[in-house]
Design a protein around this ligand. Structure first.
Ligand code: MLC
Ligand code: AMP
Length: 500
């Protein structure tokens, strides 16, 4: 069977698939150029046979045709974060064991040494889409792997979540029904393209439906407002931090600009928030400004989207609604017994949208599922009057900052490699802008010679920008319980929460 996503594109032929600045590309362009990319990647072979290919390309047309080209050649795409320093990229390369890396020339400096050291070819994205006589494109099985997305867990460095083509198809089919996607939709995309939110909820949902996806290379609040003010964007999706930033930019604008911007956002048929808890104050302010009530939904890299407020009907502030079409969600206690409505429980999810495995991590995979096949999310919730309310994570060591999931333990592990650091504890301080603000306390080997500036510079070199602690305190000792274990609730007291 060929990929449904690709088959459907044939029918959308001359409709606009992607817009980037002044450039518009049709579905026919997407099919033609992605088959060129596939031909070049195959380079005489019949099928990439699930070989991994990393993509280090900024959001834009090149990114989309590289992704489709890899899939059409039978490969597995490994989208990499363009903001990550080489140390983080090295982990992905080591783990995914790709056969090549596709990179945009502006990002060569980040990747060339890593690739050279490992004898890996770096393929320039624009060269891959240069005309060539096309070869026969292989038949790709929907049950096969399509992408590996890296996500943090409580232990170690980020793990690769393997999503199949079928998973992705099930995810977009569910969202299509739930959110009423159709070919007249036009969505704005500025989210990073190494997460399900940007890739599946926005880009692939648009392409599945013959809609138009307009891509901005990065988020900029004024640019987003200006674009919305043309009143022809029908759908908008972002994380709570972004809605917060948009609100702040709107407050700074003059009265005429505010009116134009608000009317543009109000013209969207639907605006969605997710990837982290949406503060009720943010929902209320957005509604006050634009007249639109945000639709909050809940999801995860391993499962796509699971819970959503309704397209039509009441969207309750502070709640994430009910299970999406085709997805089973349940709440259980510590011994896997269902809990009653009104009782807090652990969220478990089952269905065709759910991934099968962490890449080359059979033990982690086994531990992530119950014996009867439910995925254990690690999140807690309660059902009240038929709708789910997320209560938080089971582990204090998993944080969400600006929609990015991170592991406190991973950051602690990196900080401990600094010779001046004896001990380190990282916490997520509640913060109305970031969700969790990453903060660290350090016990130094030699406090007179260790500065917080140096520690931040050290972290910046080794960690993704959003993992770098925003505040670092050097303290004489860490708070511990009677068993000698560091008590994170006590560590939190070193920092000031920024609540709405
Ligand atoms: C950037 N910074 C962050 C950050 N992003 N700090 C904490 N958390 C983040 N997420 C840092 C920068 O390193 C910089 O630090 C400072 O903040 C300001 O940077 P910026 O350039 O202004 O930030 P910006 O590039 O605008 O990024 C902010 C953002 C971005 C919110 C637009 O983080 C973003 O797009 N987040 C969305 C992530 C996402 O798509 N998640 C979905 C995961 S999938 P300094 O020190 O240099 O000043 C998922 C499943 C689901 O969760 O349910 O969807
Ligand atoms: P990720 O691993 O980046 O896909 O992040 C998934 C996690 O984001 C979930 O396990 C939740 O903890 C969190 N999350 C996603 N959506 C919401 C939401 N609407 N409210 C609260 N948390 C959310």
């Amino acid at each position: 069977m060929t990929l449904h996503l690709v088959d459907r594109a044939e029918a959308y032929s001359n409709r606009t698939a992607i817009v980037v600045g002044e450039d518009a590309y049709t579905y026919s362009d997407l099919l033609r150029v992605s088959s060129i990319v596939a031909t070049r990647l195959l380079s005489g072979r019949k099928n990439l046979n699930a070989g991994r290919i990393c993509i280090l390309v900024p959001p834009g047309w090149d990114y989309v045709v590289m992704l489709w080209g890899i899939w059409r050649a039978g490969g597995v795409a490994v989208p990499m974060a363009i903001s990550h320093p080489p140390a983080e990229l090295a982990h992905v390369i080591e783990d995914a064991k790709p056969e090549a890396i596709i990179a945009h020339p502006t990002l060569f400096a980040q990747i060339n040494n890593l690739a050279d050291e490992r004898g890996l070819p770096v393929l320039e994205s624009s060269t891959l889409s240069q005309e060539i006589p096309l070869c026969e494109i292989p038949i790709v099985q929907e049950e096969g792997p399509s992408m590996i997305l890296y996500t943090s867990g409580t232990t170690g460095r980020p793990k690769g979540v393997v999503l199949t083509h079928k998973n992705i198809r099930s995810q977009v089919e569910s969202l299509t029904v739930a959110w009423g996607w159709d070919h007249d939709d036009h969505i704005l995309l500025h989210l990073p393209l190494h997460h399900v939110h940007g890739i599946v909820n926005v880009l692939l949902s648009a392409l599945w439906n013959g809609s138009t996806c307009e891509i901005f290379p990065q988020f900029n609040a004024v640019e987003v407002w200006e674009r919305l003010s043309h009143r022809n964007i029908t759908l908008y999706m972002a994380v709570p931090t972004i809605y917060r930033r948009l609100i702040e930019a709107w407050k700074r604008a003059n009265s005429a600009t505010r009116t134009a911007w608000a009317s543009g956002a109000g013209a969207c048929r639907l605006s969605v928030s997710g990837s982290a808890a949406l503060p009720v104050t943010t929902l209320e302010l957005w509604e006050k400004i634009t007249g639109q009530r945000l639709l909050e939904r809940y999801g995860m890299t391993e499962i796509g989207m699971a819970l959503s407020n309704p397209l039509n009907g009441e969207r309750r502030p502070g709640y994430v609604g009910k299970a999406l079409p085709g997805i089973e969600v349940r709440l259980v206690d510590e011994v896997n017994h269902l809990v009653a409505e009104g009782e807090p429980g652990l969220i478990q999810v089952r269905g065709a949208t759910v991934f099968n495995e962490y890449w080359r991590q059979p033990k982690e995979t086994e531990a992530a599922f119950t014996t009867d096949g439910w995925f254990i999310t690690g999140d807690q919730a309660v059902v009240e009057a038929g709708a789910y309310r997320i209560l938080g994570r089971s582990s204090v060591d998993i944080l969400k900052t600006g929609g990015e999931k991170i592991s406190a333990l991973e950051i602690e592990g990196v900080m401990l490699t600094h010779p001046g650091v004896r001990e380190c504890a990282v916490v997520g301080v509640p913060d109305v802008d970031w969700g969790d603000r990453v903060c660290a306390v350090i016990v130094s080997e030699d406090k007179d010679h260790l500065s917080t500036d140096e520690l931040r510079a050290f972290a910046k070199k080794r960690l993704a920008p959003y993992k770098v602690p925003k505040e670092i305190l050097i303290v004489p000792e860490l708070p511990r319980n009677t068993m000698g274990k560091v008590t994170k609730p006590e560590v939190l007291k070193f920092f000031k929460p920024e609540k709405a």
